[in-house]
Each structure stands twice: as C-alpha cells, then as structure tokens.
Design a protein around this ligand. Structure first.
Ligand SMILES: [Zn+2]
Length: 385
C-alpha cells in the first residue's frame, strides 16, 4: 500500500516536473526568438514598383473583433458573418505573430510587419507606432481614413486619420461598450463616410478572459457582435456602398478554452480572418494555408494599387484577390526585393552567426538578387508580346 502511494507521488512529481520543464523551455524559446531583435528599419531604403498597378478596390471596411477564435466563430450562430463567408474567402489557419498579445498583433496588422520591425513584444507598450501603416499609406495617397474605437491602441497605431470617433464611456458603468461603438459606427457611416473605415469591438476578448473560449458566454458574445456586423453591413447597403467595398473581418488572437492568450499555443494564436465582396477572387472559399497577422496590410495595399513599404514583410495573398497576372507579377517582384533587402541588412546584425554561416547567407542573397533581375527582364519582355 505504502509503495503504491510512493509510486503515485513519484508519477505525479514526474508529470509536474515535465510540465514545468516544458513550460520553461517554451518560455525560453519564445523569449529567445523575441529578444533576438534586429533593429534594421533605419537601414532600409524604399523600393519602387516596376510598373503602375491598377487598384481593384477603392473602399475598405475593416471590422475588428478582439480575441475571437476562428473555430468558435464557426461554431457560433452567426448569420451575418456566414453571409460574409459566402461572399468572400475565410482563412481557417490565420494566426497571431508572437507573442499572442493584443498590442503585439495590432502593431503587426497595422504595419504589415513582424515584431522585428514593430519592436512591440508585450501589452506594456504605450507609445505611437513609428512605422508606416495601411492608414499612413492610404492617407498619403488621398484616401479618407476613419476609425471608431473605444480608445485603445488602434488609434495610436493606425495613424493617420481623416476622422476619429472615440467612444469613451466609463467602463465600470457600461457592461457592453461595443453597443456604443456600433451606434457610433452607424452614425459615422451615414454622416461622415470614410473610404477606409475601421471599427473596433472589444467585448469578445473581455468575455474570453472572464469565462474562457469553451464557455456559452463567449459564443453568445460572438453572436451579439454578429448582430452588430449585420447592422453595419445593412448601413453600407442603405447607402449603396456594400458591393463595391472590400470587407475585412478579423481578430488579433484566439483564446484558451479556460481563457487567456500570449503564448504560441494553437488556440491562443488561432485568430479569425474573412475578406469579402469587392476584389475577392472566389466567393465561399475557405483558404487553409497558414497566414499570419502581418499579411493583410500588404494585401490591402496591393488591392488599393499602392506600393508596399520597405519595412513590411507580410506576404500578399495573391491567390485570393482578383488582380491581373501582370499586377501580381509587379507586386511579387517588389515584395521579393523588399524581403531580400531586409535579409541582406540583417546578416551583419545577427550576432550568433559565424563568419562562414554569414557567407552562406550572403550567397543566398546574391542568388535571390540574380533571380529578381531575371524576373524584371522577364516582366519587361512580356510587355512587348
Ligand atoms: Zn486582443
């Protein structure tokens, strides 16, 4: 009897130790990759597009639902989100960049860059984002840009705006601030329309932290936000702006079944993304390839016909958008040049690489440079056919 107790104790001890060790290992791993920061943004120069692209959209509506896990969005009863899926492409494998905290991913989405560039690694960051963003680029090119938010970091990160509506009721008095965000959004759409509009909902994340993603409360909150999505889409339809607008619905991360996020666990990084209506190639498609938070902004810039910026490293989702092969080719060449430049500048700064390894990397950069030159020649040649 006594021996059995000892064995149970031992098994328990071993289990706990293995759990703790693997947890520490994961934390170390994450910390290592996060601390391996390369501040290269000032060493990069702008890279032009080889040709003038044709935009395939002039208007974008972005609906953000903080902390909405993809599989829970699918599980919830969401007729309006389902309608968006029918009219667009859903991304079943869309993920946060690490760490899966909100501000880290707001920054990655806004700037189209990974954490190496944003250097925002936690929720402690309280400054403005100092990188070019979807909004800065659209604003510079004369698009009107608006946001309706309860005043969290999106206002500091997206910059620049032609219209900001800040909903700041006292959080303690208002159980669901999102109803105010929705009402403000409806008024804004009717009276102060922006070509690029961002609407920021936060309650799904709050409920996720309180009750967990496995809870009925979490599903019910997604369903409530779905009804707001329905009202917003109806407002666009009322002013005949629904079909000609690209609609993006997305979240920054998922949630653990018991609530919480921040690590690289699948449920915590499993975010939602749907891109619908104007400019989307296949309606009703589910895209299964892994896509990360920083890819939406380069994709939207390409849809607007604007150049991608040298600090961006998200991949354009060419196979989802309705642009021509010619346009895809010019953006592919620009992105290849941008990422090759980033790689080139990074090599000297990677302290852990030996001289020999650096030479191998350098040779790879040279090879990519040759391939880009070939691609440019190929592009120029096809123009004459
Ligand atoms: Zn969040």
């Amino acid at each position: 009897m006594k021996k059995q107790n000892v064995n149970i104790f031992l098994a328990y001890f071993i289990l706990i130790t293995i759990f703790q060790l693997s947890f520490c290992f994961r934390c170390l791993q994450t910390q290592y990759s996060l601390n391996n920061r390369l501040n290269i943004k000032d060493d990069l120069v702008p890279i032009d597009l080889i040709d003038n692209p044709e935009g395939i959209t002039e208007q974008i509506l972005i609906i953000f639902v903080d902390g909405m896990r993809y599989d829970k969005m699918i599980e919830a009863e969401t007729p309006n989100i389902d309608q968006l899926m029918t009219n667009g492409t859903a991304f079943s494998n869309y993920h946060s960049v690490l760490s899966s905290f909100s501000k880290v991913n707001y920054a990655a989405f806004a700037s189209g860059s990974s954490t190496n560039f944003t250097t925002i690694f936690s929720n402690e960051y309280e400054e403005n984002l100092t990188l070019p963003t979807l909004y800065s680029e659209a604003y510079r090119s004369g698009f009107t840009t608006g946001i309706v938010s309860d005043g969290r970091s999106w206002i500091r990160f997206l910059q620049n705006f032609t219209a900001v509506v800040k909903v700041d009721e006292d959080e303690n008095l208002v159980p669901n601030k999102d109803v105010y965000v929705k009402d403000a959004a409806l008024t804004t759409i009717e009276n102060n329309f922006s070509q690029i509009q961002f609407i920021d909902f936060s309650s799904v994340d709050k409920v996720g932290h309180l009750y967990g993603a496995a809870s009925t409360e979490y599903l019910k909150t997604i369903e409530l936000i779905d009804s707001y999505v329905g009202e917003i889409l109806a407002a666009y339809k009322n002013i005949s702006q629904l079909e000609n607008t690209t609609i993006v619905l997305f979240s920054d991360h998922g949630h653990e079944n018991i609530g919480g996020h921040g690590s690289d666990d699948f449920n915590q990084t499993h975010a939602s993304l749907i891109i619908a209506n104007q400019g989307i190639k296949e309606h009703g498609k589910i895209f299964e390839r892994r896509v990360t938070m920083n890819s939406v902004t380069p994709t939207l810039l390409a849809m607007l016909g604007l150049p991608v910026v040298q600090t961006m490293n998200g991949v354009i989702l060419h196979d989802c958008i309705n642009s021509t092969t010619k346009t895809n080719a010019m953006y592919s060449i620009q992105i290849a040049e941008i990422i090759n430049q980033q790689l080139n500048v990074s090599i000297d700064k990677l302290r852990l690489l030996s001289k020999r390894t650096k030479l191998v990397f350098r040779a790879a950069v040279d090879e990519i440079t040759d391939n880009i030159t070939l691609a440019k020649l190929e592009y120029a040649a096809t123009q004459y056919q």
